[in-house]
Design a protein around this ligand. Sequence first.
Ligand code: NDP
Length: 265
Amino acid sequence: MRPAEPDRRTALVTGANRGLGLETCVQLREKGFRVILTSREDGKGIAATRKLDPEGRDAVYHQLDITDRGSITALAKDLPGLASRLDVLVNNAGIGSWGADRRQSIRTIETNYFGSRDVTDAVLPFIPSGGRVVMVSSGLGELSTLGRDLRGQFADPSLTRPTLDKLVSSYLAALEAGETKGAGWPSAYSVSKVAMNALTQILARDLAPRGIRVNSVCPGWVRTDMGGRGASRSVPVGARSIVLGVTLPDDATGGFYRDGKRIDW
Ligand code: NDP
C-alpha cells in the first residue's frame, strides 16, 4: 500500500486477523477505505492482509497487541509512514469472560477497556477533524447489567476519565476480595463493555472541539469464535453494524448503535 494518497480515507482496525475485525476490514475496503489491519501475532495478521488484498494496494499490516504498551508505542511511531492521517479507528479487539475465573476476568478488563483506551490515546494525534472512533461494545455492556448504585455512577454525564478508571479499579478490587456479586457487579465482560461505553461518552465530549466523533456499536450476537456456532447473526451482518457505526451522520457522537440505529445504553 502506498502511504501518499492524501484523498483516500484510512481506517485502522484492532484484532483484525479473524472474526468481526477481519470482516470489518473487508467491508471498509469495499467502501473505498485504505485499511491498516492489525493483529497481535504477525503470522496471522500478515496472512489475513494477503488474503484481503493480495496485490497490496488497499491494505497494510502492522503488529498490535492492545495490552502491550511497547506494541502500542511502536504502532504510533510507525503510523506516519503508513498513512498521511488516520480517519477512522475501530477498537474491535476483545476477549470474553463470563465465568468466575479471576485471572481471566482481570485479563478481560485489561484488554477490552484499558487496551482500547490506550490505543485510542496513542493514535489520537493522527486523527484529524472529521475523524471517527468506533468502540466495538456489546448489548452485554448495557447499564442495566449493573446494580443500581453503580448504574448511576457510570451514567453520570459529568463522569471524567480519572473517575471512570477509579470505578473500573474498584471492580478489580471487588474481584480480589470476592465481593463482586454483593456490590452489584456483573461479569468481567459486561463491566469491560459498560466501561467502554462510558469512555465513548467522555471522549465524545472531550473531542467535540476537535471535530472527532466517538460512538459505540453492538454487532449483535455473531457466529465468530467468541459468539459460537449457535449465534443468531452471520459475520458479515455483524460487521455491517460496525461499519454503519463508522459511516454515521456527522452530528452523531457519544451514542450506542446497532445496525446504524441508536439503542439505549
Ligand atoms: P473473536 O474471538 O473471533 O476475535 C477476537 C479478535 O480480537 C481476534 O483477532 C484476537 O486475536 C483479537 N485480540 C484479542 N486480544 C487481543 C489483544 N490483546 N491485542 C490484539 N488483538 C487481540 O471475536 P469477535 O470477532 O466475535 O469479537 C470482536 C469484537 O466484537 C470484540 O470486541 C467482542 O467483544 C465484540 N462482540 C462480539 C460479539 C459476538 O457475538 N461475536 C457480540 C458483541 C460484541 P487472536 O487471533 O490473536 O486471538
